[in-house]
Write a protein that binds this ligand. Sequence first.
Ligand code: SF4
Ligand code: SF4
Length: 458
Amino acid sequence: MIKKKAFSGGVHPHDGKELTNTKNIKIAPLMKEYAVSLSQHIGAPAKAIVKVGDTVLKGQKIAEANGFVSVPIHAPTSGTIISKNKKTSAGGRMEGGVDSVIGPTGALVPMLTISADGEDTPCNDLEPILSWQDCKPEDLKQRVLDAGIVGMGGAAFPTHVKLSPPPSQNIDTLVINASECEPYLSADHRQMLEDTKGIIEGILIIKSILGIQKVCIGIESNKPDAIKAMQEESRKHNIVVTALPTMYPQGSEKQLIYAITGRKVPMGKLPMETGCVVQNIGTAFAIYEAVVKGKPLYERITTITGSPIVNPSNWRLRVGTSLADALTLAEGVKNPDDIGKVILGGPMMGMAQFSLDVPIMKNTSGILLLNKQEVTLYTSGPCIRCGSCINVCPQSLMPSTMGVQIEKERFELAEETNIMNCIECGCCSYVCPSHRPLVQLFRRGKSEIQANNRKKKV
Ligand code: SF4
Ligand code: SF4
């Protein structure tokens, strides 16, 4: 049975999933080069432990975690570390012996480029742990860190940190996010159909680390085949699968926890305050591979889609594959003169890109191309106080007021209006008849507030 309404607010954008949701996942062939970012996660960038000229093996650690909120990075194939930053259209420079190149967010990130030797020789540093049921939770958590696992739904938060709630925090429920509410993306959907057993084993490993009994998987109702497949496998392990209404942003942590457990995350608090830990199904599969197969995280499922693409499809891509190489897998574009936008991720929360040299990251769930007609440029106008943005905000915020406050650079007032609770879902921008750039304003406002708060602490 599907709930009628799972949270307040939200929107129903055209989902475009029909382009790829029946397409099996294909394994990408080996590319000539991989540009591996050392900043693929929230937290401190990893620290390079190899240099230009070194040879590396597939799965070898090439950068180590640089603090608790950080993860190591592994080579996606065997080959030689080269420097290429002068050749990339994304620009960049060399810092501390490592290329520093403009990444998907537009900021300079440290990058190691591997020229593949074509052998794809593995290093097998991580031994498979076949009887993980006999392991201590700390040892399993260490494996999650050693394998460089981050949240693969988009946030890229280091997973070992999320699996380390403070002892005072009573966690009783694991919520698995399989809603994949972003339009156009079908990577999670296909993985649920094709890697069902591995996902469930990964979930059991997470459950063992957290030492809890209750697990719920939330899947949007527009994926009935995935719901059926996951229900059949979950039943054996007393895991509940809940069909949720198809409504964006169903996959946002706070909305998902409320939809599944009825628990509300208080304003300004973390989801774990409700006793829940949320993990994405792609992350669960990565944990399964890290533990049972001894495989670090150097590849992921990515949907390559959009009307300009010749063959929209789902791919198992190695981290560091350039967007240009990834597009060739989907047989390129129909008309290069009619590309309006290239987005990493989905249309609601994804990031527009200006260079096809930008590489796939651990959290790249999709590459979306839109044609010129689909990205009609608007001129934004003043707020007409229609209230539409307030009606759709899933966080019960006042987007219209916050937008004006940021425009007038009244950052303290915006903070009082709870701008820091904005999840940047884009629902307000989506419905605004004046085409106000609300999310962009909120991103600016939040970074100004964070910078001011840091200054106050010094
Ligand atoms: S982007 Fe922020 S303010 Fe706008 S609807 Fe989403 S949560 Fe609300
Ligand atoms: S939807 Fe746009 S015009 Fe309407 S109240 Fe919100 S910001 Fe103003």
